[in-house]
Design a binder for this molecule. Structure first.
Ligand code: UDP
Length: 579
């Protein structure tokens, strides 16, 4: 029953020029009339499509009103779902998730089945993660051919080539995560796999770290290497030496990262459904084999009013976002049957945030401060608690996720829960541009840069909050903005008051310790994991990286990804350089 008196989809989307450019490039679709949709049409298309799910639970649902509510959240840029939902909801594809994990079995059939599934997922804009830990090591026997196996690392290049060829129909580049357990016989080859920077370019690599391994690193002892098939001891290695090589290679070029596999499984909400062996490509979403997850992010910028957080409004957005993401599971067209089944057993959703750096400057809090990490905990706890309340409420009407009884929730005192996980912190690489917010929980990379090389009259693009501050505190000048764009940060610009320089701190001025502390603060209240890059200056030492790894472990992070400035070929962003 729709409310015909009500005017729907009234508000115009609050988009910046930049956002419109991104939308035009990849998100706006051709309508049946042949016309290209407007950004407003896009949000209406997504809102209507996702609201349709309401009818599955209530044949009298007021779908139009729900669609209007969803529309208003998106058009006001308070909440955006992950890119595949924006691109595909209400279109023939209807594949709405960003994250998938596929099993790779130890047989040629199994491996190429996974390659085929990867192709289908990449075509629709999703990213895939795999554990290659089940594959027999290099030079192991192959019964049927009496030959030898080429090993996990060699098979990874098949997946890499498939990704390269598909390029996701031009919409989005395919991305993969490759994981190998640290106790796999081929672990050293895996650690070196991306040393040649032209190899495995569509993969992020992470070593799957066990608790036993970390203990051995701390005690300086050997750990067991196990056969993948029956997990029998086949050798041992010095843990510290392996650890040092991982750290050195990460220092050299960013890969491999590490994920704490045992820790991830200790917080597995549905242990009866299987073990988690991999995450999605950017590391924020551990999943069971054949599980998928759809993400969505709240733009914190929209909840700062008069220098304060509007908690009531944030609560309202959390509620709507959880309902939206649960509806996405219903409306999703899964690329293969196994994913459909597995995803609907646990109904995981990943609600996160973007605009964290923006929120901090709006509240005059430096990123590298205890005040900031405490606020991170407060904000994330609020989102998780409110998200859970909403998931319980949905469960009362729609039913709990089917594997609820055997999940961790009954023992935690929950009588019902709609979703096995609620929170994930995504990188928000594209949706943060659409929202005009800083990405995920990352600090600012630079406060200003030159946009166009070709333009002689190059005008620096300055962080809007800094610009506002510059006018307000009367230190604005054109020459200062040019200096800011040259340096990328305000660190040495004495024209800027010191307290303002402290608040507008950028990535490379922030000690790696603070990057890790921030990740850990958010992880504390995140069911899944947190996407974060710990940035190092070019001059950082291998020991600095090692310290960050240990700190991430000690503070309860689920993994760590580092990047040392200038260490990778063709680095995309460069502070102070002309883009
Ligand atoms: N992803 C992908 N290809 C891309 C970017 C992202 O497959 O080019 C997947 C990947 O699983 C990643 C997830 O989408 O971890 C979320 O990325 P992000 O938050 O940056 O996506 P957005 O929704 O902003 O496009």
């Amino acid at each position: 029953a729709s409310n015909s008196n009500k005017q729907l989809f009234q508000a115009e989307p609050e988009l910046l020029a930049n956002s419109v450019t991104v939308l035009k490039k990849r998100y706006l679709r051709k309508k049946e009339s042949g016309q290209i949709e407007s950004p407003k049409d896009l949000f209406i298309r997504v809102a209507k499509n996702i609201a349709e799910a309401e009818l599955k639970f209530d044949s009298n649902a007021d779908v139009d009103s729900v669609a209007d509510i969803f529309y208003n959240q998106m058009a006001s840029l308070k909440f955006l779902p992950n890119s595949p939902t924006l691109m595909n909801a209400g279109n023939s594809l209807q594949q709405l998730s960003a994250c998938f994990v596929l099993p790779v079995e130890d047989s040629l059939e199994g491996i190429f089945e996974a390659v085929k599934h990867t192709a289908l997922i990449h075509k629709s804009g999703g990213g895939t993660g795999f554990s290659f830990s089940r594959l027999r090591p290099k030079d192991d026997t192959v019964k049927t051919t009496k030959g030898v196996s080429s090993g996990p690392v060699s098979f990874m290049s098949v997946f890499d080539a498939a990704t390269e060829t598909i390029k996701q129909g031009g919409m989005r580049r395919g991305a993969n995560m490759g994981i190998l357990r640290v106790d796999h016989p081929d672990i050293m080859e895996f650690i070196y796999a991306k040393q040649d920077k032209t190899k495995l370019t569509n993969f992020n690599l992470s070593v799957g770290i066990t608790e036993e391994f970390m203990k051995s690193v701390k005690n300086g002892t050997e750990y067991d290497i196990l056969t993948p098939r029956d997990r029998k001891k086949t050798g041992s290695k010095n843990a510290k030496e392996v650890f040092n090589e991982m750290v050195r290679l990460a220092w050299e070029g960013g890969d491999p990262g590490i994920i704490f596999l045992d820790r991830i499984n200790n917080t597995n909400p549905t242990p009866a459904e299987g073990e988690m062996e991999s995450t999605n490509p950017c590391g924020e979403q551990p999943l069971l084999p054949y599980e998928s997850c759809n993400l969505g992010s709240i733009n914190l910028v929209k909840f700062v009013k008069n220098g304060k957080i509007d908690w009531d409004d944030l609560r309202n957005t959390c509620n709507i976002a959880v309902r939206f993401l649960d509806n996405v599971i219903e409306m999703n067209n899964y690329p293969i049957k196994q994913i459909d089944e597995m995803t609907k057993k646990n109904r995981k959703i990943g609600l996160g945030i973007m605009g964290w750096a923006d929120m901090l400057v709006m509240l005059n809090i430096p990123y590298n401060s205890d005040k900031a990490t405490l606020l991170a905990e407060e904000v994330m706890k609020f989102i998780r608690d409110e998200g859970r309340k909403m998931s319980v409420e949905l469960a009362e009407k729609r039913g709990s996720f089917p594997s609820f009884d055997k999940s961790i929730y009954p023992a935690l005192g929950f009588k019902a829960m709609r979703n096995a996980t609620i929170t994930t912190i995504a990188p928000t690489g594209t949706i943060s541009i659409i929202a005009g917010a800083s990405s995920g929980i990352e600090p600012y990379f630079a406060l200003a840069y030159y946009r166009n090389v070709m333009d002689n009259n190059k005008l620096p693009e300055v962080n809007p909050y800094f610009l506002e501050k510059a006018h307000e505190s009367k230190f604005y000048s054109e020459s200062l903005m040019n200096k800011l764009a040259d340096a990328g940060n305000a660190h040495d610009l004495t024209e800027v008051p010191e307290d303002i320089r402290k608040v507008f701190v950028t990535s490379h001025e922030i000690e790696p310790v603070w990057h890790v502390k921030m990740q850990a603060a958010f992880q504390k209240y995140t069911d899944n994991a947190v996407s974060k890059t710990v940035n190092f200056q070019n001059t950082a030492t291998i020991e600095d990286v090692e310290k960050a790894y240990m700190l991430a472990y000690d503070l309860g992070c689920k993994g760590i990804t580092i990047y040392r400035d200038g260490s990778r070929l063709g680095q995309v962003l460069n502070i102070g350089s002309v883009k």
